[in-house]
Design a protein around this ligand. Structure first.
Ligand SMILES: [Zn+2]
Length: 145
C-alpha cells in the first residue's frame, strides 16, 4: 500500500498512523505538517507551505483547508473594515429588496470605496470615513450627484 487514506486511519490508532508517517517522512524526506485547524498531521499536497489538511473534521461540512483559510481571513479583518463591510452589505441588501435603486447604490458604493481607499492610505481618518458612512443614504447619494 502506498499511503494510508483517511478511512484507513479510522481502523488503526492515530499513534500507528503517526509512526507510519514519521517513518515515511524519514525515508521519503516528505514534510509532515500539523494542521492548524484540527491538529491532525498530514503531508501537504501541491503547495508545500499548506497549513491545513484536506480532511473534514467531525461534523464540519467543509475541509480544514477551507475552514482554516476562512478563519484566518476573518481574524485578519480589522474592526474598521468590518464596519465598512457591514454598511455596504446593509445597502446591498436594500437594493436586493428594491428599497433603494441600484444606480444610487452604485453611486454610493463608488464613493464609499474611494473613501475607504483614502482611509487605507491614511489620507483621511477612520472618523472621517465613519462620518460619511453614517450619513443618511439619500443625503450621501445627493452629495455625489
Ligand atoms: Zn485539519
Amino acid at each position: 500500500m502506498d499511503r494510508f487514506s483517511i478511512a484507513t486511519v479510522d481502523h488503526f490508532s492515530i499513534d500507528i498512523y503517526i509512526r507510519y508517517e514519521m517513518t515515511k517522512t524519514l525515508t521519503e524526506k516528505t514534510l509532515l505538517v500539523k494542521c492548524e485547524n484540527c491538529g491532525f498531521y498530514f503531508v501537504p499536497q501541491g503547495k508545500s507551505d499548506s497549513k491545513y489538511c484536506s480532511r473534514i473534521k467531525g461534523n464540519a461540512e467543509k475541509p480544514c483547508s477551507e475552514i482554516g483559510a476562512y478563519r484566518k481571513y476573518k481574524k485578519s479583518i480589522t474592526d474598521e473594515r468590518k464596519y465598512y463591510i457591514s454598511i455596504t452589505k446593509h445597502y446591498y441588501y436594500l437594493v436586493k429588496n428594491k428599497q433603494i435603486s441600484k444606480s444610487d447604490y452604485c453611486i454610493w458604493s463608488e464613493y464609499a470605496q474611494s473613501l475607504y481607499k483614502k482611509y487605507k492610505k491614511k489620507d483621511i481618518t477612520f472618523q472621517a470615513l465613519k462620518k460619511w458612512l453614517d450619513l443618511d443614504f439619500d443625503k450621501a447619494v445627493k452629495m455625489q450627484k
